[in-house]
Write a protein that binds this ligand. Structure first.
Ligand SMILES: Cc1cc2nc3c(=O)[nH]c(=O)nc-3n(C[C@H](O)[C@H](O)[C@H](O)COP(=O)(O)O)c2cc1C
Length: 175
């Protein structure tokens, strides 16, 4: 049975939810999926897996620094196997910024790493003002106001396109 490792970097849980959906979809065919957080990934031997997937969310313009460190540590191995990366951010809710070729965070990220993932994706994340700290809520509402997004302080909106996530799972199976 082929083995797939999925590593997630998720602050508020949406990237984890996307990874769990990928896992459920991939496990419908004969694959064994190991899902692990960025923090727990150090204890894992990447060489034991046939394919590797890394997913990370954006906060204040950046993926977690630990994602860069993980990729640097494993870049030779990552480049030697079928591998995929996806980014989760709220800018990706906008047509024209929702593909690997057009999402500014993913484009910037790819310039900084020596890993060339075979597959790339960008998913729109979740907005959940009530769960944010007062500072974060104010900041994100301000950014949303600038970009003509929802600003009501009670807004909870999941922009993630789950059909797109399922299609990505199929691409992972085939890669
Ligand atoms: C404090 C904070 C900062 C954020 N900064 C950005 C940002 O700079 N650009 C963006 O597109 N989305 C931004 N987001 C939206 C997140 O990327 C989105 O909520 C995503 O679903 C978070 O994924 P996670 O739950 O896996 O951490 C921010 C969200 C929060 C709470």
């Amino acid at each position: 049975m082929s083995k797939i490792l999925i590593v997630y970097s998720s602050q508020d849980g949406q990237t984890l939810k996307i990874c769990q959906t990928l896992q459920a979809e991939i496990e419908t065919v004969l694959y064994q999926v190991t899902l692990t957080s960025l923090d727990a990934a150090d204890a894992i031997d990447f060489s034991l897996f046939d394919k590797i997937v890394i997913g990370a969310s954006i906060h204040y313009g950046h993926h977690d620094a630990g994602v860069h460190a993980l990729i640097k540590r494993h870049q030779t191995l990552l480049n030697s196997k079928p591998s995929a990366f996806f980014s989760v951010n709220i800018v990706a809710r906008k047509p024209g910024k929702n593909t690997p070729e057009t999402n500014p965070y993913l484009l910037k990220f790819l310039k900084k790493i020596a890993w060339k993932p075979k597959l790339l994706a960008v998913f729109a994340g979740k907005l959940d003002y009530p769960s944010y700290s007062a500072f974060d809520r104010w900041m994100i509402r301000f950014i949303m106001w600038l970009t003509k997004g929802p600003t009501h302080p009670d807004a909870v909106i999941e922009f993630t396109d789950w059909h797109q996530v399922q299609a990505f799972a199929q691409q992972i199976i085939k890669m």
